[in-house]
Design a protein around this ligand. Structure first.
Ligand code: SF4
Ligand code: SF4
Length: 414
């Protein structure tokens, strides 16, 4: 596709990267059928091809977006199903990320929206704030009906977030001889489901890894990134990269391991976000279950026949491209694994369910129905956002696959 950016505009690396992708798009529309918002709403402007056109127009003219343009861009889940479908290899994140940052900078949103987005971007990455505010949010959600619409959805999401299970005690000694890995501790997950990192740590240590926890400023920057808050996202990302590098002075980490694929997908792109110095960490970022695919796991608990439905998060499927690891590893341990046919996003998508509740609710219901038709005893998913979104809509336990792997290899039952 032809583009018309000025030389000055192209000195911005984010605009230059977006322009490359705009040129690669041939407007064939093949991506449209796999886009969840197009499937639900049937509007060309709520599909990737239509959004790409809107983004090009907005970025080229460098104008404040209209409310209509902002709405169509906001409705994008950043699920990246379009990236997996595109035969021309268009890297859509370069476009949607540039568009979100542009809208954020333009200050064109109404004040209430700006406040909610600022509050989400400020509170969620800060564990110490999030923990008490989550409790307060759960209480305030009882009065959601009388509050403004912009505040109602975040409170309803807070009310639906599962309560944290008590953090299990560390059971095994720290290894100093195995492969050295950094285990990333995220923000929201550590507050609502600390048992996930604990299970990952136990499994890794049990299988001979030398594990170091890393957290930077407490978040990888993914939440701010999806809100278009570029500076905050880069601050969090840079702090995490600096911490990992400072811990590597005598012995490099073989991998930087994540237990939330939403974080992993963003960390895998640190090379673009932060520049060459972060590329080495980006290329070593691995999802915990993908890492364990290469490890001979020592099964010790009889889990044969326990029926597990796997929900593959979009960030693991289309972002990290490692979704096949979860069913493969769980099957190897004896679980009876089923995979639902409907592969559309569950509607969680970072903070999407708080900002676009109607679309998120439709996708949630669709996902819950698809999972429950497989008659599972347990549902497994490797991203905390998906876990909370699905848990609020089904009547069976929803856990991270690492909790099942921990259980099957001699750890705690989830
Ligand atoms: S993003 Fe890819 S699949 Fe979609 S219209 Fe452009 S070239 Fe076609
Ligand atoms: S990222 Fe997902 S929601 Fe957004 S345009 Fe692509 S397929 Fe559609």
């Amino acid at each position: 596709m032809r583009t018309n950016f000025s030389r000055e505009q192209l000195t911005d690396p984010h605009i230059a990267a977006a322009e490359q992708q705009l040129r690669a798009c041939v407007h064939c529309g093949i991506c449209t059928a796999t886009c969840p918002t197009y499937v639900l709403l049937g509007d060309e402007l709520d599909g990737p091809r239509g959004r790409i056109q809107l983004i090009q127009d907005m970025l080229e003219k460098n104008v404040r977006p209209s409310a209509k343009v902002t709405t169509h861009i906001d409705r994008c889940l950043s699920c990246l199903a379009c990236v997996s479908t595109c035969p021309s290899g268009v890297q859509y994140p370069r476009l949607i990320d540039a568009a979100r940052a542009h809208i954020e900078r333009s200050g064109s949103r109404p004040l209430s929206q700006r406040f909610v987005r600022w509050a989400l971007g400020f509170v969620l990455p800060r564990r110490r704030l999030l923990s008490p505010l989550l409790g307060l949010g759960r209480f305030a959600a009882r009065f959601a009906a009388i509050l403004p619409k912009a505040l109602r959805s975040p409170l309803e999401v807070a009310a639906a977030v599962p309560h944290a299970k008590p953090q299990p005690v560390e059971l095994e000694a720290h290894s100093t001889v195995g492969k050295r890995v950094a285990l990333h501790q995220g923000c929201v997950q550590e507050v609502v489901a600390p048992q996930i990192t604990a299970a990952a740590r136990r499994v890794l240590v049990r299988h001979g890894f030398d594990v170091t926890l890393v957290e930077g400023m407490g978040c990888c920057g993914a939440l701010n990134h999806h809100l278009g808050q570029t500076q905050a996202a880069e601050r969090y990302a840079a702090a995490l990269v600096a911490e990992i590098k400072s811990l590597e002075h005598d012995r490099a980490f073989e991998s930087v391991v994540t237990t939330a694929s939403g974080c992993g997908a963003v960390m895998s792109d640190y090379g673009f976000q932060l520049g060459e110095h972060a590329a080495g960490i980006a290329s070593r970022t691995r999802d915990i279950v993908d890492l364990l695919r290469d490890v001979p796991l020592q099964a010790s608990t009889a889990v044969k026949g326990v029926r597990v439905a796997c929900h593959a998060p979009c960030s693991l499927t289309h972002g990290m491209k490692k979704a096949s690891a979860v069913p493969q590893v769980l099957r190897s341990l004896g679980f009876d694994v089923v995979e639902p046919r409907d592969t559309l996003c569950c509607g969680s998508a970072g903070v999407y369910n708080a900002l676009e509740p109607e679309i998120a609710a439709q996708l949630q219901a669709r996902k819950a129905a698809a999972l429950m038709t497989t008659k599972p005893q347990i549902i497994a998913t490797g991203n905390i956002g998906c876990l909370a979104q699905i848990a609020a809509a089904v009547g069976v336990p929803v856990v991270h696959p690492i909790e099942l792997i921990d259980w099957a290899t001699g750890g705690l039952s989830p």
